[in-house]
Write a new protein. Structure first.
Length: 188
């Protein structure tokens, strides 16, 4: 479904745009998604809307070896630091997750409810993992979900296309950054 409106109580949630993840991908799609996510963050701040920046510092414990890489050693210094392009501001809300979804075992839902948020706009990396998991959880929590499709990317181009074409229309509305910015400006 295409974007119909931006709620007056909407928040931007940016998933995993951090140094260790972004620097591992030199793909032009990453550069483009970062630029669009940064544009969204600037526009949300300009309109006085909450910006939530999420990083990841761990993963689920136990026998979940599928898709794992590395030895489980400590992350390098600065790996979880948010990228400079996001221009982190004192008014931004920072959430650290240890699972795919930014809602699982974090204070994200409480934060959003305390702010009166009814709608979230999602951006980030990776579309088929962190972004999709967070979108599913947001939908389950009853938020209006908007997915800024040009402000996200995935190391697997086919998985990215599948999420956008098949999964996201079932979870919320999809839009480009320009469409989100236009609608946000129209409601202010």
């Amino acid at each position: 479904m295409t974007l119909t409106t931006i709620d007056p109580t909407s928040a931007l949630v940016v998933i995993d745009l951090q140094k260790g993840i972004v620097s591992a991908h030199s793909d032009p799609a990453v550069t483009a998604a970062v630029k669009q996510a940064a544009n969204l963050a600037a526009e949300f701040r300009r309109h006085g809307l909450p910006v939530v920046l999420v990083n990841v510092t761990g993963r689920a414990p136990g026998r979940t070896e599928a898709g794992r890489s590395g030895s489980g050693a400590a992350l390098p210094a600065g790996w979880a630091d948010l990228i400079a392009e996001l221009d982190v501001q004192p008014s931004d809300h920072l959430i650290t997750k240890r699972r795919r979804s930014a809602f699982h075992d974090t204070g994200l839902d409480t934060l959003l409810r305390d702010l009166g948020v009814t709608q979230i706009v999602l951006a980030g990396i990776s579309t088929s993992s962190g972004v999709e998991s967070t979108a599913r959880s947001a939908s389950d929590h009853g938020y209006h979900v908007v997915l800024a499709t040009d402000a996200m990317t995935d190391p697997d181009a086919e998985a990215h296309r599948h999420s956008i074409a098949r999964v996201f229309p079932k979870l919320g509305e999809t839009a480009t950054t320009a469409e989100v910015v236009e609608k946000a400006g129209a409601t202010r």
